[in-house]
Write a protein that binds this ligand. Structure first.
Ligand code: AMP
Ligand code: MN
Ligand code: MN
Length: 327
């Protein structure tokens, strides 16, 4: 576990950003609200300081998940093919390890300096400056502090990005990480005049009918293994094609699965275009799914984590059960 950023770490990050006329920004592939919100908030902030920014992530195809299409600053995004291979300064967000940068992973070696802004306990500290706080509820908490130290005023546009990250990673202010400080931060963001109800509606309460139908398929397939407190389901590339729904659009499906009272752990396996499985795990109670996913080659937090598996569905599930039974 890395300790919260010390004062010299903040100072080094601020100095590097102040000195750089051009800054490249990247978040993890298949971005969620925290990854996108962090990326766009700092991109908007740096633009207001007159910097040239390029912002992206290493997913192919490159598209903004529809639930985040309302975010300000999308005009600052470019596809990964246009990302510089050797930026003087690179900042990564919400990305615990280099492989989570996907097709942009190689930029780490090409970059002059790398500032890592993250809150994953599993972060490998791969930057030249590591702004990492595993106790932060979301990466946007660290971005907010960085913007304050860069003396960037908190505009409503920046606040909308930060609020999106905060509501996403706290599960709409429901998860354990929702401390008094999180509510105080939310209050400060709402005070800028953002339409927080509209953001919540976009992020949590808006789905296409095709998504609702695909959710039905996933729930119909769900299996309860009550003896090990596990509920799980999966989706295939064929499902995504049939329903015209993207892999990253079903981020919320696991939240329905995890309501199962008989299960402490919920799992969804999503087949990727490469034929691997992107595995999402959620826990309530005492199971540390972050530790389990690290053991299985991934990462994440105590209550929400994931890993990628090259094995088939049955083998992946056998490995996962073995890891759970070793608890
Ligand atoms: P997800 O289930 O995709 O929403 O991810 C939950 C948490 O686990 C997030 O904090 C992710 O960053 C992390 N995570 C998901 N997949 C992976 C992976 N393949 N490797 C490392 N961390 C992951
Ligand atoms: Mn994330
Ligand atoms: Mn996060």
């Amino acid at each position: 576990m890395t300790a919260a950023p010390a004062e010299p770490v903040w100072a080094e990050a601020v100095a590097a950003l102040n000195a750089a006329p051009d800054v490249a920004l990247a978040c993890h592939l298949g971005p969620d609200g925290d990854a996108l919100g962090s990326l766009l908030a700092l991109a908007l902030g740096l633009r207001s300081l007159g910097k040239n920014v390029v912002a992206s992530w290493g997913s192919d195809p490159f598209r903004v998940p529809p639930q985040y299409a309302f975010l300000p600053g999308l005009d600052l995004l470019s596809p990964p093919a246009e990302f510089p291979a050797k930026p003087d300064l690179l900042v990564t967000f919400d990305t615990g390890s280099v492989d989570r940068l996907g097709s942009l992973a190689g930029v780490i070696d090409g970059a002059g300096a790398v500032i890592v802004v993250d809150h994953h306990p599993s972060n490998t500290a791969y930057g030249t400056v590591n702004v990492i706080d595993p106790d932060a509820a979301a990466s946007v908490v660290l971005v907010d502090e960085l913007l304050r130290r860069l003396q960037v005023p908190l505009t409503a546009d920046i606040a909308a990005c930060l609020y999106t990250g905060l509501t996403t990673d706290t599960g709409s202010f429901k998860y354990q990480a929702t401390t008094p400080a999180v509510h105080a931060f939310a209050a400060r963001l709402i005070a800028t005049g953002i339409d927080h109800a509209a953001i919540a509606r976009e992020v949590w309460d808006t789905n296409r009918f095709a998504y609702v139908k695909l959710l039905g398929v996933l729930l119909d397939r769900a299996t309860l293994e009550a003896e090990r407190g596990l509920v799980w389901s999966w989706s295939t590339q064929a499902d995504f094609a049939t329903y015209g729904v993207g892999m990253e659009d079903i981020e919320g499906a696991i939240d329905m699965l995890r309501t199962t009272v008989e299960a402490e752990v919920a799992v969804i396996l999503k087949e990727t275009p490469e034929g691997t499985y992107a595995v999402s795990m959620r826990a309530k109670g005492t199971t540390d799914v972050g530790a389990i996913c690290v053991a299985l080659g991934g990462g994440g937090h105590r209550y929400a984590a994931g890993f990628t598996s090259d094995a088939d569905l049955a083998t992946t599930m056998d490995r996962l059960r073995a890891a759970l039974d070793a608890r």
